[in-house]
Ligand binder design. Structure first.
Ligand code: FHN
Length: 504
């Protein structure tokens, strides 16, 4: 697990905010703030902070709340997730330095895969750590951005496939605290900011792929075929000595973890490999959810990347992980941001099919979320401030005809084409149907789907004093709305109905 430029660390010496070593760090860090920057170096690792860096010291650590107790049932465990609907995914790592270019050449593909796609040998890629100094990183700003965008949980890459831990790991020195001049633990800072904002906080952890370790999956250039690692014990050694202890660290040292987002399960459902991770989660954080990509059953289903199902899903709860442009990790050439209207549509579409939307941002190597991307998210947040009740805690559509249908045409793979209809979506709460309108015809007449319940009241969401006229033409109930609603992105109306269940 070690490389030449790294020092030895005590394996499994877990980081605790209360242990002496940490207290020592804190005291020295505070001294560093008081004295002229540069006189003092703090910490005890390979990359020391020298006086030419004017970076302020990390904020003093504050205590984190304890892990949450075991929920009474699986339903209770999922309750917050079902209410939250909209989360922020963050892919941040060393790959944000090359940002899509290697040796002056553009490397196609998603930004965080540059090590694999270029390909870059481990010995070269790990040198990036020496340059990683995201001096503009401010946990408070990231959490505030998520909150202002209407997101209710944050999931960040604690270790992606490149194997680099973005937190202060005592399992491997290949981590942001020990191997970079930044010498801070951004995950700890985010955990603290999330605690201040009552924002749920969770981790992405790449359990199978680890391109830095000889036994990890995925790096066949440096370490040969995965099939051999799977059978000769190397993979199990990596799992025992790095992946499992790191997941245990994350579960023990960062306060309540709302979920762990495992990814790209390879050879996980044999030898109890997946179960070992599940046991750790259950042992240390019984309230923590497990996504659908561990390789053994999690608490909910994760769809494919950027995949929104055509219809409501029956059975397990689900979540769509999605990009805000075309990459997860930052690429300097990808500024094709999804518009606020597109994001609101996707969010309401997902909620109306019974799922959650986990929307990703890829911060730069300086620690900044690109401005245009932020401003689009903030527009979404403003829409949600007015109309959040159609999303948060809302149930799926009782209809389904609004989603569209399969047509006879086949695509280039020979698969039937689903012709989506995107005019409106319906979400529900007891006694209420919310119709979010994305395309209002010139005459402002919206045909309602067929249902028998009496409509006792109809109004613009957030303005119960502004009634919406409902009448009947040819036995179809029609809602009459003004063409330019109060918010151009999408226009939600609420119909209060008799009874809690829609009768068709
Ligand atoms: O390979 C990863 C990819 O880099 C990214 O993390 C996404 C997010 O869902 N998951 C994998 C591909 O599905």
């Amino acid at each position: 697990m070690k490389t030449e430029h790294q020092t030895t660390h005590p394996t499994n010496c877990l980081y605790s905010p209360h242990n002496n070593r940490t207290k020592l760090f804190r005291i020295v860090a505070l001294c560093g703030a008081a004295l002229v920057a540069g006189i003092v170096t703090y910490g005890c690792s390979t990359n020391e902070k020298h006086d030419q860096h004017a970076t302020p010291p990390p904020p003093p650590m504050t205590a984190l709340p304890p892990a949450l107790p075991a929920p009474a049932s699986e339903e209770a465990k999922l309750a917050w997730f079902k209410d939250a609907k909209f989360g922020l995914f963050i892919h941040w790592g060393l790959y944000s330095i090359p940002a899509g270019d290697w040796n002056g050449k553009r490397v196609p593909g998603i930004g965080e895969w540059i090590m694999h796609n270029a390909p870059i040998p481990v010995t070269q890629y790990e040198q990036l750590a020496k340059q990683f100094d995201p001096e503009q990183f401010d946990a408070e700003k990231w959490v505030q951005m998520a909150e202002d965008s209407g997101m209710k949980y944050i999931v960040i890459t604690s270790k992606h496939h490149d194997g680099f831990a973005m937190y202060h790991s005592h399992v491997s020195p290949y981590n942001i605290y020990d191997a970079t001049p930044f010498h801070r633990d951004p995950i700890r800072e985010l955990a603290e900011a999330c605690a201040r904002h009552h924002m749920k906080f969770g981790f992405y952890y790449s359990q199978s792929q680890d391109w830095h370790e000889p036994g990890g999956m995925g790096n066949t250039n440096d370490f040969g075929p995965d099939a051999i690692k799977d059978t000769d014990g190397a993979y199990d050694k990596y799992l025992r000595e790095k992946a499992e202890p790191q997941v245990a660290e994350l579960l023990q040292n960062y306060g309540p973890v709302c979920l762990i987002w495992f990814d790209t399960a390879r050879m996980m459902n044999v030898n109890g490999r997946g179960e070992a991770f599940m046991d750790l989660v259950h042992k240390y954080q019984p309230a923590c959810l497990i996504d659908g990509r561990l390789g053994v059953a999690g608490d909910y289903v994760s769809t494919g990347d950027n995949t929104i199902p055509n219809e409501s899903q029956n059975g397990k709860y689900w979540e769509t992980p999605a990009t805000v442009n075309h990459t997860w990790g930052f690429r300097k050439d990808d500024t094709d941001w999804k518009s606020p209207g597109d994001i609101v549509f996707k969010l309401v579409d997902i909620v109306s099919k019974g799922g959650n939307y986990l929307l990703n941002v890829g911060p730069t190597s300086r620690g900044v979320v690109p401005q245009e991307c932020q401003s689009n998210l903030l527009s979404v947040g403003r829409w949600l401030k007015s109309y959040g009740e159609v999303v948060y805690g809302a149930g799926p559509s009782p209809f389904g005809e609004e989603f569209g249908q399969f047509v006879k045409t086949k695509d280039h793979n020979g698969k039937e084409v689903f012709l989506a209809r995107n005019d409106w979506r319906c979400t529900t709460k007891p006694g209420k149907l919310y119709f979010t309108l994305f395309n209002i015809p010139r005459d402002g007449m919206i045909d309602l789907p067929d249902f028998k319940n009496e409509i006792t009241r109809a109004y613009i969401v957030g303005e119960p004093q502004t009634p919406v006229l409902i009448d009947r033409t040819n036995d179809v109930r029609v809602a009459h709305v003004t063409r330019n609603g109060p918010n151009a992105i999408a226009y939600p109306i609420c119909l209060e109905i008799s009874g809690d269940k829609v009768e068709k």
